[in-house]
Design a protein around this ligand. Structure first.
Ligand code: GAL
Length: 451
């Protein structure tokens, strides 16, 4: 049993003993109190039901639209029903991929004003919080809930540091998906969705000739997402993995080839209003028949499908939209995982512990993921609850080679990612491949040793 578990049990036992001596009624009150979220000050033996009245669970994420909000809302409903004395406070900050949220969170953590739990990607993004001493190890939650036995080792490795676990993953997402409109492909004379780079260019040319946007893109982070998938296609999963190790060399011909390809896409085949579009806007151009393709993560499935919960589109997979791996990445799974943490100094720590135990449960994962458009982090969930896309992806996850996502926190520290983002911002202005590659080489030199 972990120290933490012992501590929890000791507190409970001593409380009950005292209660039994004083009055049977107090015992009853304690039992009722302990069966709820367990809020109030952790070490206070005098916490009463009025302290419970002050309990709330503040959870920080960037899930505000499409399937993201629908999935979160479903979890909130269950939480509020099961914990009427500790209502959920939804502290979301809009902006896909945490483009705004991460800065807001960093400020809050700096000011010692953490939420009770926050979203952090498995991998190097999480490592930043661990190294900055901002989150607690939570092995005891894994021990108490048996999560180690039902979550893949690859994933647990990305949320562990020095032998301790630091977050609870709620899902696994895939970034390298080429979404397409079957009706637009038909209209443009594209017989099958492209699998290779050459087929991709041929298809984009046909879409252009048919008068639709060949490849819909949105604001800058979505263009970084596009870049990452093009790079994985050009370099392969091993070549990609080599970019994130100590001493990584970004000056090679493989990177140049990837950047040239990327430039081709941006200068010839994308919409000119990209900077003003969210990932949902860009995806909607596809299902509305205005664009042929969009490269985005599988949260797009949560947005496209569903039954008009929130603002998702209630479209049918394989009918209104289709998907394949991004050209040249078949057999590679560019992955990421949304996980939730226990910040140091969480105002309602016991409630946060309960939330994390809930998040890892089969009930939470099978409620959230079919709406969110992700596959569960657990291996023992019910596949029949998932739509055609997600069932396909469940199989891919079992067999594909894994590649760690850059844009979604797996591959690089926040500082390295930020430098890449700055270099990309300049490239989007001047489209100078050599200059861009130089900046990427420099960033790798600066950060690869400590990544
Ligand atoms: C990712 C996140 C996903 C999804 C996406 C778009 O970073 O892991 O859950 O929210 O951003 O916002």
């Amino acid at each position: 049993m972990s120290d933490e578990t012992m501590k929890h049990r000791e507190v409970r036992t001593s409380r009950v003993k005292r209660g039994a001596v004083v009055l049977g009624l107090i015992v009853l009150a304690l039992v009722v109190a302990l069966s709820t979220a367990g809020c109030g000050k952790k070490k206070s033996s005098t916490s009463t039901t009025s302290a419970m009245g002050n309990c709330k669970l503040s959870v920080f994420s960037w899930w505000t639209g499409g399937g993201e909000a629908a999935g979160l809302d479903a979890l909130i409903k269950i939480w509020n029903k099961d914990n009427p004395d500790c209502p959920f406070v939804n502290e979301t900050v809009a902006g896909g991929a945490g483009s705004n949220a991460k800065a807001v969170l960093a400020k809050r953590l700096q000011n010692n004003n953490p939420p009770d739990s926050f979203q952090g990607h498995a991998g190097k993004e999480l490592l930043d919080y661990i190294k900055a001493d901002q989150i607690e190890p939570i092995d005891f939650i894994y021990n108490d809930n048996g999560f180690r036995d039902v979550m893949p080792k690859t994933l647990l490795d990305q949320i562990s540091y020095k032998g301790h676990l630091y977050s609870v993953p709620v899902n696994i997402h895939r970034a390298n998906i080429l979404w397409y409109s079957p009706s637009v492909l038909k209209k443009a004379g594209i017989a099958t969705p492209p699998k290779t780079w050459d087929e991709f260019i041929a298809a984009l040319d046909k879409a252009k000739a048919a008068g639709v946007i060949p490849l819909a893109v949105g604001e800058q982070w979505t263009q970084q997402h596009l870049l990452e998938t093009v790079m994985i296609g050009a370099l392969g999963a091993d070549g990609w993995a080599n970019l994130w190790v100590k001493g990584a060399d970004w000056s090679g011909a493989g990177v140049t080839k990837a950047l040239d390809r990327y430039k081709t896409l941006l200068t010839t085949y994308t919409n000119s209003d990209s900077a003003t579009l969210t990932w949902q806007d860009a995806g909607k151009l596809v299902v509305d028949g205005k664009a042929a393709f969009n490269i985005m993560g599988d949260w797009q499935d949560g947005y496209f499908s569903g039954s008009l919960k929130g603002d998702n589109l209630a479209k049918k997979p394989n009918v209104d939209y289709g998907w394949v791996a991004v050209p040249d990445t078949d057999g590679v799974f560019d992955w990421l995982s949304d996980s939730f943490t226990l910040p140091k100094g969480a105002p309602h720590r016991d409630a946060a512990v309960k939330w994390l135990g809930f998040l890892g449960s089969k009930q939470a994962q099978d409620t959230f993921n079919p709406l969110k458009g992700s596959i569960p982090a657990r291996t023992d969930t019910d596949p029949s609850l998932y739509d055609a896309y997600l069932q396909w992806n469940l199989e891919q996850w079992k067999n594909d080679q894994l590649a760690c996502s850059l844009t979604h926190g797996c591959a690089a520290s926040n500082a390295w990612t930020a430098d890449i983002g700055t270099a990309l911002g300049l490239f989007l202005q001047d489209k100078d491949v050599a200059k861009f590659q130089n900046a990427l080489v420099k960033a790798a030199k600066k950060y690869s040793a400590t990544n």
